[in-house]
Design a protein. Sequence first.
Length: 95
Amino acid sequence: MLLKVVIVEDEEIIRKGLTFALNWLDMGCIIVGTAKDGAEGLETIRREQPDIVLTDVRMPVYDGLELVRRTAELGISAAFVIISGYKYFEYAYSA
């Protein structure tokens, strides 16, 4: 059984890089959706019910921490991996 992964990242080059640069199948995963902001991410998570969500900590609409909170409110128990540029490390650390 493959783990379902959703990637939520506002920078297109990073979103595409995460999607295509890694061999997800070798890791037992499949990308079931991507999103460019927190609102689109929440809708994708609701629809796809992923096992894992990779999300940027800083992005439009909902930031990564708000996305985690709203996902939990929906009763969806995905594992979150918070990604961040060096500048926002302390903010990501609070996650």
